[in-house]
Design a protein. Structure first.
Length: 229
């Protein structure tokens, strides 16, 4: 299936800082079949199983992108006090990328996509800059480690290529958020995420789902997903 356009109900704004670029005429190809299902506001279910094989891994990525898209949308619906214009622009671009990632994966998965997840941001103080950016850092670092850890589980070269294009954008987000928290330092690629060989960290699906669990009300299961540990 070749994805050429996004007809979702959310239309991300176009920005000169947009980093999400797909090669090959601006399209990415996934080795899956299924049509595009727009979000009609269907009430989220109480549980969702990711499935198996490449579909399970892409659903896993889709779950994380749902979480990130919902978070940044909430951030910009109620900006924290004294949000600088430059920070608002950066956060808006990040939101638009996450929404694009979410919709890209949903379109690729078609009727194999898990339902909309219900999120829980009750522990985030959206009016406070430190709380918002610290949570953003958690999500972005987790997203990078999740894609790094899941790449080896993908069987299709097309799917691996698409995942690689997404994780590189997630890494740009992570660096931006870290720089907002600690400007003028090496925090953007600190030793807590990059090792002595210059390699970024990787986490298994089990580790990532456990870390993301407190922010997701819907129970996400991976009963058939290889490489959970």
């Amino acid at each position: 299936m070749q994805i050429l356009s996004d007809n979702s109900t959310h239309q991300p704004r176009q920005s000169r800082r947009t980093l999400l670029k797909w090669t090959g005429g601006g399209a990415a190809t996934l080795a899956l079949s299924g049509g595009f299902l727009p979000n009609f506001g269907i009430t989220p279910v109480l549980a969702a199983d990711l499935g198996s094989g490449d579909i399970g891994i892409l659903n896993y990525a889709y779950a994380l992108e749902q979480l990130e898209a919902a978070f940044y949308s909430k951030v910009l619906e109620s900006p924290y006090a004294d949000m600088a214009d430059s920070e608002k622009e950066a956060l808006t671009d990040i939101r638009d990328h996450e929404v694009a990632h979410r919709d890209f994966l949903k379109k690729a998965l078609g009727d194999k996509a898990i339902p909309d997840l219900e999120v829980d941001f009750s522990k985030v103080e959206f009016g406070k800059r430190d709380s918002v950016l610290t949570t953003a850092k958690t999500f972005e670092d987790l997203g990078v480690a999740a894609y790094n850890g899941a790449g080896k589980l993908l069987k299709s070269g097309d799917n691996l290529l698409a995942a690689g294009k997404i994780v590189s954008v997630e890494a740009r987000h992570a660096a931006t958020i870290r720089d907002l928290l600690q400007p003028g330092t090496v925090a953007f690629a600190g030793p807590d995420v990059v090792d002595e060989n210059g390699l970024d960290g990787a986490k298994s699906p089990a580790q990532v789902l456990k870390a993301a669990g407190p922010f997701i009300k819907t129970k996400v299961t991976a009963n058939s997903l290889v490489g959970m540990k």
